[in-house]
Design a protein. Structure first.
Length: 130
């Protein structure tokens, strides 16, 4: 599975396009450039995590990572990571899970076995904490 650009990278690419369009519009560029820089800074603070790629329902089970692979991805991702609508947040002794509805702490994950339970519920079509 190839990973897509992070949300931050996507936003920065779009901001660069706006800046390029404004390069010949001196007055407008001077008024907008500080806002573009502010948007970039806010995005960097709010969106530092990689976004896991979406897969089709047909390939959902086949392409699902193993519990150990997902554990490794989450462990190395930084401040948080998104996966199929869920967000993993680091806590002192593992990770807290936010579900697609924005409900926090629907599951605590500390081991590969916990990630196995998470993936099993996803494969069954369950919304954890929903």
């Amino acid at each position: 599975m190839d990973t897509e650009p992070s949300a931050y990278e996507i936003i920065c690419t779009e901001l660069d396009k706006v800046a390029a369009l404004l390069c010949d519009a001196g007055d407008l560029r001077e008024r907008i450039a500080p806002s573009l820089a502010e948007i970039r800074a806010v995005a960097q603070n709010a969106l530092p995590c990689p976004v896991m790629p979406a897969i089709t329902m047909k390939d959902y089970t086949e392409q699902m990572p193993t519990p150990a692979e997902l554990f490794a991805r989450v462990a190395t991702a930084g401040s948080h990571v998104e996966f199929h609508g869920y967000t993993f947040w680091p806590v002192e002794d593992g990770w807290s899970l936010t579900n697609p509805y924005g409900i926090d702490d629907v599951m605590q994950l500390r081991s590969v076995e916990d990630f196995d339970r998470f993936l099993t519920q996803l494969q069954r079509g369950a919304i954890i904490g929903g």
